[in-house]
Design a binder for this molecule. Structure first.
Ligand SMILES: [Zn+2]
Length: 325
């Protein structure tokens, strides 16, 4: 479907809508050009056993959210950016690598542009998070030349922003570090876990919330979710060791990134970014794995907690949408 080009003109210049399309919820936010949030609403992502039906229900939900936001704001045809759990394949313009599988293969951008009668921006959700933290969060005051954003949640993702711009990459997968194998493997990292992507030993199988809980169950016989495990790290020997192992694996995985791109800043998002001790404990370890001329060399890369909340991609989506004319 093609958008109706005659109605594409005249987007509102100062209020921008963002949508964060996730597997469990869809969120809309309206922000001003300076990042002031005017409106925010979340709904549950539709579920349906038939993928095409679910896809159409998602389109309809986004359309209703946009309509409702514009009614509340007394505006029409605001600029819109949409963050998705996947990427748009450049050649086909269809969604790929989405863990909300009903999106895979769909011409999501065309369909939304037709439905909403405007041009929109669509970007990977990790890229949206990186963009929002660069311009409204950790990078607002301190301008970082390069920033690597990490999502530690149900899955593990990553994204690059260099000189204020998202780096999508030749294949649209820049920053997809979660599906590299865990580097500098120890015996305790084996056997390698199967990943949904078809490979074994992916970083995601160690550092995602479900991955962490799974390993704690296998190695220490603890049955608990990742948040409960972290809350017990100072009170239970096994939970404490599981936490140390997590820090070591995160430090190695981030050192791998630093050795390749050497960013000024690494910002964490996703539910596990709320573990405050990570920001002190991980940099103490990563220096052992970062290539350096001497052990006393200061590592300049900063590991920072997000400033806009663990799921701020919706603001980045809105900012990216504002660039679409
Ligand atoms: Zn994988």
């Amino acid at each position: 479907m093609n958008p109706q080009t005659s109605s594409h003109e005249n987007p509102h210049k100062t209020i921008h809508l963002g949508i964060d399309l996730g597997g469990t919820k869809i969120e809309v936010a309206a922000i001003t050009s300076t990042g002031e949030c005017l409106l925010r609403e979340r709904i549950t992502t539709p579920k349906h056993p038939n993928k095409q039906t679910q896809y159409e229900q998602i389109l309809s939900s986004i359309s209703k959210l946009v309509d409702r936001a514009e009614t509340d704001l007394k505006q029409t045809r605001l600029t819109l950016g949409v963050g998705i759990p996947g990427t748009i394949e450049k050649h086909s313009q269809r969604v790929k690598n989405a863990n909300t599988v009903c999106l895979i293969g769909q011409p999501l951008q065309d369909d939304l542009e037709f439905l909403l009668k405007r041009r929109i921006a669509i970007e990977n959700d990790a890229n949206c998070f990186a963009y929002s933290e660069t311009h409204l969060g950790v990078g607002k005051e301190t301008k970082f030349e390069s920033l690597f954003a990490v999502i530690l949640g149900t899955g593990v993702g990553g994204a690059w922003v260099v000189n204020g711009q998202v780096i999508s990459g030749a294949n649209g997968i820049a920053g997809e570090w979660g599906h590299n194998c865990l580097p500098w493997l120890d015996e305790k990292d084996k056997p390698l876990q199967n990943c949904y992507c078809g490979k074994q030993g992916c970083i995601e199988t160690y550092l995602s919330g479900p991955g962490y809980a799974n390993l704690a169950q296998q190695q220490f016989g603890i049955t608990a979710d990742s948040h409960f495990l972290f809350s017990k790290k100072d009170h239970d020997t096994s939970a404490g060791q599981a936490y140390k192992d997590y820090c070591l694996r995160l430090a190695k995985s981030l050192a791998h990134v630093i050795n390749i791109m050497d960013p000024n800043c690494i910002v964490l998002g996703g539910g596990l970014s709320n573990i405050d001790s990570l920001y002190e404990d991980v940099p103490k370890i990563w220096k052992n794995y970062i290539f350096s001329a001497g052990s006393k060399t200061k590592i300049n890369t900063q590991l920072l907690k997000n400033k806009l909340g663990d799921s701020s991609g919706v603001f980045g989506a809105a900012l990216l949408g504002a660039k679409v004319i």
